[in-house]
Design a protein around this ligand. Structure first.
Ligand code: ARG
Ligand code: ZN
Length: 866
């Protein structure tokens, strides 16, 4: 990458993993004193610093947008010539082995629109420090391998900020003159500064408790606006379930006397695992049946678990540097996925997780922003909170768990936690703990951390009647990715099974290790050619290519005893038809229709699985199977197949829609499954073209006692142009206009709509009085959703690209982190044919030409053009 942005005196543009050096100075203790105020907050900090090793380098304290108002060493004020500034950092030469360094700064949280550091949100003051936000609060060595004990005093106006929270345990509080008050918190566990947090505000508490496995009582608090208290029950239950689960499955107990969660309205991502004080995007805390869908409820459960699990995988054992981010994120995603699988249907959870992986991570892995799970370099670390670090990272842990088996995996995890407790560790440390604790050799497996790109495995099964043997030949390739033109073969664990076509039975599951570029496996005693079921449970994050026929896939869709493989056979059946048709072939869809009928009427299957299995692959997923994406052709092919399935099976959809109607709302797995299937039935029923489609959808919209059915009906109506569409959108808007999280759904539903005017509508919605660039959820609901609507975003006029680029440019001045997250959809230009590619590139160039562009957007846009 060109060094376009560097100017003398600024930090190096590109940070490299190989350049890691231990910190020059350690900070065993820090005392922070906040005098909080939205306009002017004073932060006084006293650092105990200790020279680390033999060197004479000065103390360097990172700072971003900070001006030192006082600098003291060992109680003595320094004069201005005794310290200096270097690219935002404070440099203090020190003579001894240990000193006390004190600084004073002032912040204006009200004007902090980046939502990093200390900022104001809905009357609260709160913080976000990961990855490098602490340097926006005070001068400090802002790197995760500097661990300190924190003592934090907060002071604020009591009427405006009656609740004062920080990490660790509350020690003391008291009153001050002029209506102010204070609270003191200390955290006994040394932690990196990215885990620091404070919250001040007028908050109500859902208070509960949990007794740990050693019999300690932990006070739990979920803090929200008073009016939102009734919406916190699901999050609290999820928290208690997570605490019990981590004890049962990993033997990990909570370690402080209090655990607090705060919900805030303005947040750059999902949530944050600050020690003892998790801060959440309110969308992952608040839920009630009237406003939250089943997906939202599951999101709350999963994210509460994720942040709680970080207490061990992230906080007790943290990361040495940000290249190791997947050490905590991949492992923690794996843990939360496993937890959610235990809480509900494991089969459906796996299908959902793979759908997300393919939609987000496979796309990333095949584009200009592809990077290894352990990256080699970055310009802005915020850009690396990616599906690769999180979701592919989780798949790596899952593969190790599969190869080791439950007990040996647990032994490896035990060794990891025991050996590295209180340390800042690396991905290599984790792999070594698995090797030593689990008793396995992972030399070649390490390539999963090093090589980017989704491996492709070609599987060919042949049969020899004379010897009664079947031979499976597996060939793997890993595509080139930026900076990695040549790849080595990966170690790929593939669960397979061979089915007898006559009886529909198999000999059971086998785990094959594919380690060479090409490998053959022999199976004896097959009188007749068996049928291959491969990558069962999605045992490896790879693309499988086989020569199985539509008849083979239909057979597996009815007989495979692995639920994921069964789902996958259905998906492949549909993909074959759709891809064939987009390519101009007249592919018969009879096998698809028959398989859907068969699946939807199979009494051994539960509703949630049926709904997953019979839904059509997304337009984006169809596009991913093609060398050049034609969004219009894909849309047309998918709509027409959906219509066919609707029309051919119309009575079935009516039956299912009627059968799945509930009398009263419940969050049981069965009730959630019924709603999922009911919405799918409504979709197909409306797609069938029956005259009363909009009326049926509108009546579901009106009669629903829950958001899952209401929003699904609204989305179906939004795809059409009926009078009911307008009516439903108006009703929804008027009902929820004062509830930001639910109003987000109104924006999102329209941005997702398969409607020829979506692009114009999104432009209008961008000017709607309820649209604002200051709230990341609102931006994601409109522009994020729109950029994920392949047909609308890639409108041949290029207008969709312009809208998103305009948003990026405007938002970059306010909140670069969230702006940068909108860039990757524009970076996929290589896949879209010359005309669209030209339009997309022009928008990327226009973005890059903006003066004063952030490092966040610069990195994403320039890499996207390369
Ligand atoms: N550690 C948080 C989580 O996954 C996310 C922090 C995201 N930070 C960022 N700069 N994008 O739970
Ligand atoms: Zn996380």
């Amino acid at each position: 990458m060109a060094d376009t942005q560097s100017s003398p005196g600024t930090a190096p543009l590109i940070v490299r993993r190989q350049d890691y050096r231990p910190p020059d100075w350690l900070v065993p203790e820090i005392t922070l004193d906040f005098s909080l105020d939205p306009v002017c907050t004073q932060v006084r900090s006293i650092l105990t610093v200790r020279r680390n090793g033999e060197h004479d380098r000065p103390l360097k304290l990172d700072g971003d947008d900070l001006t030192p108002l006082e600098v003291k060493v060992d109680g003595q004020a320094l004069t201005a010539d005794q310290w200096s500034m270097e690219g935002g950092a404070l440099i203090v030469p020190l003579s001894g082995a240990a000193h006390q360094v004190e600084t004073l700064v002032e912040l204006a949280p009200e004007n902090n629109s980046k939502l990093m550091g200390l900022y104001a949100s809905g009357g609260l003051l709160c913080t976000q420090c990961e990855a490098e936000g602490f340097r926006r609060i005070t001068f400090f060595p802002d790197r995760p391998d500097v661990l300190s004990r924190y003592s934090v005093r907060l002071e604020a106006d009591r009427a405006r900020y009656p609740i004062l929270l920080a990490n660790g345990d509350p020690i003391e509080q008291g009153s001050l003159p002029e209506g102010r008050h204070w609270a003191l918190w200390t955290d006994p566990f040394p932690k990196p500064c990215y885990l620091f947090a404070l919250v001040a505000g007028d908050l109500a508490c859902n208070a509960d408790s949990f007794v740990t496995m050693s019999g300690r009582t932990v006070k739990l608090g979920i803090w929200v606006k008073e009016a939102d208290l009734p919406k916190t029950a699901h999050a609290m239950q999820a928290l208690k379930n997570s605490m019990a689960w981590d004890e049962r499955v990993y033997g990990r107990e909570y370690d402080l006397d209090v655990f607090n969660i705060v919900a805030v309205a303005d947040f750059n991502f999902g949530a944050m695992e600050n020690k003892g004080l998790n801060i959440f995007n309110s969308r992952y805390i608040l839920a009630d049946p009237d406003t939250a869908t089943d997906i939202d409820y599951d999101g709350v459960e999963g994210v509460v678990a994720h942040e709680y699990f970080h207490n061990w995988s992230g906080n007790r054992v943290t990361c040495r540097d940000w290249f190791q981010l997947s050490l905590k994120e991949g492992f923690t995603v794996f843990r939360d996925q496993d937890f959610s699988a235990d809480m509900g249907s494991a089969a459906v959870k796996r299908i959902e997780d793979v759908r997300v992986l393919r939609a987000a991570q496979f796309q990333e892995d095949s584009g200009p922003l592809a990077h290894p799970v352990r990256p080699e370099s970055y310009m802005e670390i915020s850009n690396f909170y990616t599906a690769t670090i999180y979701n592919k990272g989780a798949e790596l842990i899952r593969m190790m768990a599969l190869m080791l088996g439950r007990d040996r995996f647990r032994a490896g995890a035990d060794l990891y936690f025991e050996r590295h407790d209180g340390q800042a560790a690396t991905c290599e440390d984790f792999v070594r703990a698995m090797e030593e604790g689990g008793g396995i050799e992972l030399a070649q497996f390490r390539r999963w951390y090093e090589q980017a790109g989704t491996p492709r495995v070609r599987a060919l099964l042949t049969h020899d009647a004379a010897s009664q043997t079947a031979e499976l030949v597996l060939e793997q390739t890993v595509p080139p990715t930026p900076g990695q033109p040549d790849k080595q073969p990966m170690a790929i664990p593939l669960r397979i099974s061979l089915f007898d076509r006559e009886s529909g039975t198999s000999r059971g599951d086998e785990l094959l290790m594919l380690t060479e570029a090409r490998q053959s496996f022999l199976f004896s005693k097959f009188a007749a050619p068996p049928l291959l079921s491969i990558n069962r449970g999605f045992s490896a994050p790879v693309v499988i290519e086989t020569d199985r026929t539509q008849a083979d896939l239909a057979f597996l869709s009815a007989h495979d005893d692995d639920p994921f493989a069964r789902y996958e056979a259905m998906q492949q059946l549909m993909v074959n038809v759709l891809v064939g048709r987009v390519g101009g072939q007249a592919v018969d869809d009879a096998a698809v229709v028959a398989a859907i009928r068969n699946t939807a009427t199979d009494p051994s299957l539960d509703d949630a699985f049926i709904a997953e299995a019979i839904r059509l692959p997304s337009e984006a997923y169809i596009g991913d199977q093609l060398t050049e994406v034609d969004p219009d052709a894909i849309h047309a092919a998918r709509e027409s197949l959906q219509h066919r399935i609707g029309a051919e099976l119309e009575p079935l959809w009516r039956d299912i829609h009627a059968r799945t109607q509930a009398n009263s709302f419940s969050l049981s797995a069965a009730a959630k499954g019924a709603r999922k299937l009911r919405n799918t039935a409504l979709l197909y029923l409306c797609a069938s073209g029956i005259e009363e489609g909009a009326i049926v959808a509108f009546s579901q919209f009106s009669a629903a006692d829950n958001m899952t059915e209401r929003q699904a009906a609204l989305a179906i109506l939004a795809n059409g142009s009926s009078a009911e569409r307008e009516a439903a959108l108006d009703i929804f808007y008027n009902r929820y206009r004062d509830d930001a999280l639910t109003l987000d759904k109104w924006f999102q539903t329209q941005a997702f709509a398969f409607h020829p005017d979506t692009v114009d509508l999104v432009e209008e919605l961008g000017r709607h009085p309820d649209f604002t660039l200051s709230n990341p959820n609102r931006i994601r609901s409109l522009y994020g959703a729109f950029a994920g609507n392949q047909w609308a975003f890639h409108h041949r006029s290029g207008k969709g690209y312009r809208l998103v680029a305009d948003c990026i440019i405007a938002l970059d001045k306010i909140n670069p982190q969230t702006a940068a997250r909108l860039v990757p959809p524009l970076g996929r230009w290589r896949r879209f044919g010359e005309a669209r590619a030209g339009l997309m590139r022009a928008e990327l160039q226009r973005i890059l030409a903006q003066p004063g562009l952030s490092r966040d957007v610069t990195e994403q846009a320039s890499k996207s053009l390369d």
